[in-house]
Ligand binder design. Structure first.
Ligand SMILES: [Zn+2]
Length: 97
């Protein structure tokens, strides 16, 4: 399914390993204007975003506090757990499709 937004190629890099990919090839974590941090499967949620290329890189970015820095937010372990679970669920969905 191609949309107008996906035809615009914007390279982003993974905050953990630095791998570059199209925006749609990375997992986006977003801090909403209200300050809530969440996984953004659409890649279009408003707010400040950070990108990782895999669940492994998400875990690495968490461990090194890179996600906190990228989002200018302080994440608790419950935030990490919730986002990791959302990413895992998203990966499962992608495999089914
Ligand atoms: Zn990576």
């Amino acid at each position: 399914m191609a949309t107008a937004a996906q035809t615009v190629k914007r390279q982003r890099s993974c905050i953990a390993c630095g791998a570059q990919a199209d925006k749609v090839g990375l997992l986006r974590i977003v801090r909403s204007p209200e300050g809530a941090v969440a996984f953004d499967p659409s890649g279009r949620a408003p707010g400040r975003g950070a990108y990782v290329c895999s669940a492994e890189c998400f875990a690495a970015a968490c461990k090194k506090k890179k996600l906190d820095r990228a989002l200018k937010a302080t994440l608790g372990s419950d935030d990490y757990d919730r986002i990791a679970a959302d990413i895992a669920a998203h990966a499962d969905d992608a495999r089914k499709m």
